[in-house]
Structure formats: structure tokens, C-alpha cells
Design a protein around this ligand. Structure first.
Ligand SMILES: Nc1ncnc2c1ncn2[C@@H]1O[C@H](COP(=O)(O)OP(=O)(O)OP(=O)(O)O)[C@@H](O)[C@H]1O
Ligand SMILES: [Zn+2]
Length: 710
């Protein structure tokens, strides 16, 4: 029995796709000398192929099922790394189980690249040492990569006195001990951020060592919040976590969070997977936002994992939104979440007046109805700001030939390539000559690019036309309509240059912009003070879409973008352009009636058995032909049906091509799995996945639990 107490093997999680390998860790032999230093949570170096990898020890074992001859010896601990905190490992285990992935697949992508790259054998200084010095030493504050703070911090240094609704919300939060979920449902501009800050102040004051986590849906929202936090908690240097930081900053900030040195951590969805040893409270701002769901690799929901982390650690979590997700709304109705409400805007500000502009039988200018053009003109004349919202970036969504009907389809996707004005090209101005070299066709799905053809590839017609409007073309159109007006655009193309998005936002806050044109990036969270008009160019995309969540998404987006108007007590208007003015969604929107809309949606979904009433998982498959993808899924369904027998707790639907059936040259199909409850669904998935690995054919597949897009 003696040797039994000696752990000869370490089970090491690596960043490898476990679902296809069928293994979620790899056994390595331990050198007995190294043993005391290595325990679950240790970061280690292991041999892999001809190189080395960084892994996370998840357990020690006395024996391995592998052939001893094939087991390699662990190289040793990762120099200078401190062990991962146990509560984090617990969250990783949950996520790996729940999303049916390997622990390493969950854990390692969450670690900054610099820290999970094996150091060169002769490296002098450790990256950990450098990262530690960089955060906290203050040396990095001057780094040009650090997002600059807005020139006028939106917060005065002394916190404003809370209004009665805010005080009540705070009381609900402060009354909670241990695990609780509170949904803060506050209309746009109702001062939710102020409630977060007051609450976090009390949490931070209670325990000088504790940490708090603030999640935001969008990278562009982190600088604004960081500036507010810095103004409110001058002693705290917030750690910022998102995917657009330079590697050195990312390592420094992540390590400060992971080692408990940063007490306030602000980040996008990936921040929920940062190890925070002394976490005491979590805020999820705009909790309904679809970008909390990761759409590749391990498809986790950061909002859901935030709640799991809170429940595992016995902490309170606050979900804030003007348009809560239906999942959260139902949880409130069932008494699982508490509800705090901020029903009105701060101060004297009223919610904007919403008007639906019927586009039918109207002569449009650059896709703007006459009333919209007039409203923008008046707004500029009053010295106020207008926001023109359009959810399509680029110049025009498609290039077409009106002689033969040719359209710029992507060769590799079931989508059109979008006409883009090349970066750096001068604005052409409508009617100005536009040489083809200044434009490109770009697929927004696979990234495929090509020059604009000089003539129609089908019929030789040289007069190809961009059809419809994108942000670039609308910007041009606005310049033409309002010469002399200061017009600024913000979309992902602008934001792809580091610091560029912040520059536009700063200019808008400083009053140097008359008309903002942009996408989603402008819709969320920003507190523009002089903005009194919002025009939504096209509401119709989501009205009759196939995805059952489309109306919920559209309602949230329209409410968010409307919410940018009139935040400082000016009378404000929102103009919604549509060809379906009678759609019921607009009536709820015009009354600012989230409750009514949410209740209606919930009732409809209950009737047809959709989430949040039922639970779903989606098996996606891709292959070189649609037939092969569907055939794989048909086999998968048969194997699943055989496991289920006449157990009706889980339903397998028919395999179907995905809405976007072709992506980057691969054909894609999906199989939906539904259940009234989670436990039978997950029991089924556990039994099913090993069978899937044995199926013949060379389809690639992946499971998506709680899919956000169908
Ligand atoms: N109690 C208060 N007294 C005075 N001003 C306040 C108070 N609370 C918040 N404010 C200010 O009101 C404005 C709107 O608040 P905030 O941005 O927090 O709203 P919000 O609910 O988060 O809005 P949205 O959901 O649209 O992002 C901010 O400028 C904020 O500083
Ligand atoms: Zn494509």
C-alpha cells in the first residue's frame, strides 16, 4: 500500500479540443523531487510533441490508465507563476461540465498569451515578474496603449446624492448576504451606474482585501467606466480586461486581478474567467447583451458564469439593464432573482418621444425620410447633436448589376460581399468619380476580400452599383445633405485602429460633433449630454427574422439607441424608419413599455415551448458538402434516439442546414436538442458525446449549450 500515498502522476489540462479527443486532461509522470511543489492549481510546463506547453494541474493521481511507456515526465512548475485559486478551479470545472468541454479549453484561452507561452529555456527575466512590475508600479500609466480618459470625466468627484429609487435599489442590494441575484431594471439614463458604484463602494469598504468585478458588453465601454471608477475610488487602480489590449498590458492587468492586487476589475465577457481570489461582488452591466455569449471555441455565457461563480462563492451579483433578458425576467417572476427598479430618468429628463416613420410611398434621400432629414437639420441648427443609427458597416451591403441581376455573392459563404471604401481613401462624395481601386468587396463572415470588378462578371456592364446604405455611404450622404456640419462615424472598421473609437467618443462628449453615424457601438451605455435626436435608418431587419430571439434583440437595440437621446433634460425625439409601422413591437416601444413587451414575448414562447421555458443545446456540423453535414447529424440523431429509447424528457429535432448554410467554404447544418429541464438534457449529452466521437465521416462538429443563435 505504501506507494499509494505517493502521487506519481499529474493530470494536466491543456488548451486542446477535448470534445474531439475525448480527453479533458493528460497524465504526466511526476519527478518525486518536484512533487511537493506541484498540486492541483499549479501552472506547469509539459513536453508536447517536439515542444513544450503550459498546462494547469487539475489533480494528482497514484496511477494512470495509459501505457507507462507512453507517459512523459512533467518538466516542472511554470517559473514564477502562483497557483490558481481554488474557487476559480471550481468555476472552471463547472464550465467544463456544463459546456461539455475540456477544462483546459476553458481555462487556458482565458489566460493572456504572454503568460501561457512557455518561456524560452534561457529567458533572463520572467514574464510574470515583468507583468507584476508593470501594474501597480505605476510606470505603465503613461503607456500610449492605455486608453486615454475622456477629457471631461462624466462623474464629479463627489458622488451625487442618490434619488429615492436609487436608494431603494441600494437597500435591496445591501440587505443581501450570501448568494443572491438582483436584477436592476432601470430605464435608460436612470442612473444604474451610480447604483453600481455606491454598492461597490460599500462592498470595498467592508473588507480592505476584497475584489469586485464589473462586466460590460463592449470594449468601447471600458474606458468610460474605468474613468468613473478612478474618480470614485482614487485609491484603487482598476484592472482592465478585454481582448484589444496590447499583450504586455493584458498580462499585467490579468495578473493583478489573479493575484488579488487589483481590487476593481472591469472587463468584457472574458473577464468572468479571470481568477479573482478575493472576489466579493459582481456587476453585469447590460446583462441582456448578446455579446456576453462567446460564439466560438467554448461557447460560454459570461452572464450565466457570473451567476454560477457568485453562487459557488456565496456572493451577491447585480444584473443591470433597461431591457433585461427574458431569462432574467422569468427568473424574477419565479422569485429566483430579486427585482429593483429605476422607473424614471435622473433629474428632470424625460424619456424621448418616439415616432414611427412609414417609409412606404416616400421619396427618400440617402434612405432618410423627409421628416428625418428635417429633424436632423433642426437639431444641427439648435446646436444639439443627432445620432443616426444603422446596423450595417461598409459602403453598401451589396454590389449589383442592374442589366443582368448579378450580385456580389461571396464565393465561400451564403452571403453577399459588402462594398467598402478602402481605409484611407478620401470620401468620394456622391457623383464624384470613384476609381475601383478605392473600393473593395469584403465578406463580413469569412473575411474574404477582392477588388471591385471593372465590369459585371456576367454581362460586361461597366456601371455596377452599390445597393443600399452602409455607415460609410450614409456618412457621405449626410455630408452632402448638411454641408459644413461636423459628422463623425463609429463602427467596427473605425474602431479597428487602436484608440480611434475613443477619439470619436471624446469628440462627441466634447461637443465637437453635430451628427454621429454608427452601428451598435454607439447604441450602448454612452452618456452623450447634448444628444437630442436619434434616427434609426432601418428597423425592419429583425421584425420578421427566422431566429425567435430577433424581436427581443431588436426591441433591446431600439430601446438602447433611443436611450442615448435627451439624457440631460432637453426635449428629445427618436425617429424609427420602417416599412411595417403596424408591427406591435413599435407600440410597446413608443410607450417605453418593456414589461408589456417582455410579458408578451414570454407568453408566446411558453406557448410554443421555447427558452427560457425550455432548454436547448445545438449540435453543429460542418463538412465539404451539405449532404455530408446532414448525414453526420442524421447518424448523430439516430445514435441519440437509441440512447433515449422512449424517454420523452429530451427531444431531438430534425437536422437542418444552418440559416447561413455555407461559411468560408464549409457547409453547415445543425441539430437542435430540447428539454423541459436541464438535468436530463445534460445527462443525455454526457452519454451522447462519446458516441458522436465514434461516428464515421469527416464532419467537424461542436456542441453549443444554451445557443444564442439558431
Ligand atoms: N442621483 C443622481 N444625481 C445626479 N445625477 C445622477 C445621479 N445618478 C446618476 N446621475 C447622472 O445621470 C446620468 C445618467 O446615469 P447613468 O449613465 O448611470 O444611467 P444608466 O441608467 O446607466 O443609463 P443607460 O442604461 O442608458 O446606460 C449620468 O450622467 C450620471 O452621472
Ligand atoms: Zn465569405
Amino acid at each position: 500500500m505504501g506507494p499509494d500515498t505517493i502521487h506519481r502522476y499529474a493530470r494536466v489540462a491543456l488548451d486542446l479540443p477535448a470534445s474531439q479527443l475525448g480527453a479533458s486532461w493528460f497524465d504526466y509522470a511526476l519527478d518525486p523531487q518536484a512533487q511537493p511543489a506541484i498540486a492541483p492549481g499549479s501552472w506547469v510546463l509539459v513536453p508536447w510533441g517536439t515542444g513544450r506547453r503550459v498546462g494547469l494541474v487539475v489533480a494528482l493521481a497514484t496511477h494512470s490508465d495509459l501505457d507507462p511507456a507512453r507517459i512523459k515526465t512533467l518538466i516542472g512548475p511554470l517559473p514564477d507563476a502562483r497557483p490558481a485559486p481554488e474557487p476559480w478551479l471550481k468555476l472552471l470545472r463547472f464550465a467544463a461540465d456544463y459546456y461539455h468541454r475540456g477544462l483546459g479549453e476553458v481555462a487556458l484561452p482565458a489566460v493572456p498569451k504572454l503568460l501561457r507561452t512557455p518561456p524560452a529555456p534561457k529567458a533572463r527575466a520572467s514574464v510574470f515578474g515583468r507583468a507584476r512590475a508593470r501594474f501597480g508600479a505605476g510606470g505603465e500609466a503613461a503607456s500610449p496603449a492605455e486608453p486615454p480618459e475622456p477629457p471631461e470625466p462624466p462623474e464629479p468627484p463627489a458622488p451625487p446624492a442618490l434619488n429615492p429609487a436609487q436608494r431603494e435599489a441600494l437597500a435591496v442590494l445591501e440587505a443581501s448576504t450570501g448568494f443572491s441575484v438582483t436584477l436592476l431594471h432601470g430605464v435608460t439614463g436612470s442612473g444604474k451606474t451610480e447604483v453600481y458604484l455606491h454598492w461597490l463602494a460599500t462592498v470595498l469598504a467592508r473588507d480592505p482585501a476584497c475584489q469586485v468585478l464589473l462586466l460590460v458588453p463592449e470594449i468601447a465601454l471600458t474606458p468610460q467606466l474605468a474613468a468613473q471608477v478612478a474618480a470614485r475610488f482614487p485609491a484603487e487602480r482598476p484592472a482592465i480586461l478585454h481582448s484589444d489590449l496590447p499583450d504586455g498590458d493584458r498580462a499585467a492587468h490579468w495578473l493583478a486581478a489573479a493575484e488579488g492586487r487589483a481590487r476593481v476589475v472591469i472587463g468584457t465577457r472574458l473577464a468572468v474567467l479571470a481568477p479573482m481570489p478575493r472576489l466579493a461582488a459582481i456587476v453585469v452591466d447590460e446583462e441582456h447583451d448578446p455579446s456576453y455569449k462567446q460564439q466560438e471555441g467554448v461557447r460560454y455565457s459570461a452572464r450565466d458564469l457570473a451567476i454560477v461563480a457568485a453562487s459557488q462563492r456565496g456572493l451577491p451579483v447585480l444584473l443591470g439593464s433597461a431591457t433585461p433578458s427574458l431569462e432574467s425576467w422569468l427568473a424574477v417572476r419565479r422569485g429566483r432573482y430579486r427585482l429593483a427598479r429605476l422607473p424614471g430618468r435622473i433629474g428632470d429628463a424625460a424619456l424621448p418621444e418616439l415616432e414611427v416613420l412609414d417609409l412606404r410611398h416616400k421619396t427618400l434621400q440617402h434612405e432618410l425620410a423627409p421628416a428625418a432629414v428635417a429633424a436632423i437639420r433642426d437639431t444641427i441648427a439648435r446646436g444639439e447633436q443627432a445620432l443616426v443609427f444603422i446596423n450595417r458597416r461598409g459602403y453598401a451591403p451589396v454590389l449589383g448589376c442592374d442589366q443582368c441581376g448579378w450580385l456580389s455573392r461571396c464565393a465561400d459563404c451564403s452571403a453577399y460581399r459588402v462594398l467598402h471604401r478602402a481605409a484611407g481613401a478620401q470620401r468620394a462624395g456622391v457623383g464624384a468619380s470613384r476609381g475601383p481601386a478605392r473600393y473593395r468587396l469584403v465578406c463580413h463572415h469569412c473575411g474574404g476580400e477582392q477588388p471591385v470588378p471593372r465590369a459585371c462578371p456576367e454581362c460586361g456592364n461597366i456601371d455596377l452599383k452599390g445597393l443600399g446604405q452602409g455607415t460609410q455611404r450614409l456618412e457621405e450622404g449626410l455630408l452632402e445633405l448638411f454641408p459644413g456640419a461636423r459628422i463623425a462615424r463609429l463602427d467596427r472598421d473605425v474602431a479597428s485602429r487602436r484608440g480611434a473609437a475613443q477619439k470619436v467618443l471624446d469628440a462627441a462628449h466634447a461637443g465637437e460633433v453635430d451628427v454621429l453615424v454608427g452601428t451598435q457601438m454607439l447604441a450602448k451605455g454612452h452618456d452623450f449630454r447634448r444628444l437630442s435626436l436619434v434616427v434609426v435608418v432601418d428597423c425592419d431587419g429583425g421584425l420578421y427574422a427566422a431566429d425567435y430571439r430577433a424581436p427581443e434583440r431588436l426591441f433591446a437595440t431600439l430601446m438602447q439607441v433611443s436611450g442615448r437621446a435627451g439624457r440631460d433634460a432637453r426635449a428629445s425625439r427618436v425617429l424609427l424608419q420602417t416599412r411595417f409601422p403596424e408591427h406591435p413591437l413599435f407600440a410597446y416601444l413608443a410607450r417605453h413599455d418593456y414589461d408589456g413587451f417582455a410579458d408578451l414575448q414570454l407568453a408566446e414562447r411558453e406557448q410554443v415551448g421555447l427558452p427560457p421555458w425550455r432548454h436547448q443545446a445545438l449540435l453543429r456540423a460542418e463538412a465539404t458538402t451539405q449532404a455530408a453535414a446532414l448525414a453526420f447529424l442524421a447518424q448523430a440523431r439516430d445514435a441519440g434516439q437509441a440512447l433515449l429509447g422512449d424517454d420523452a424528457a429530451v427531444t431531438l429535432l430534425d437536422p437542418v442546414p444552418m440559416a447561413m448554410s455555407r461559411l468560408a467554404g464549409r457547409e453547415r447544418a445543425q441539430l437542435l436538442i430540447e428539454s423541459d429541464a436541464r438535468p436530463p438534457l445534460h445527462r443525455f449529452l454526457d452519454a451522447w458525446l462519446p458516441r458522436l466521437r465514434e461516428l464515421p465521416g469527416n464532419a467537424r462538429w461542436a456542441l453549443d449549450v444554451d445557443p444564442a443563435e439558431i
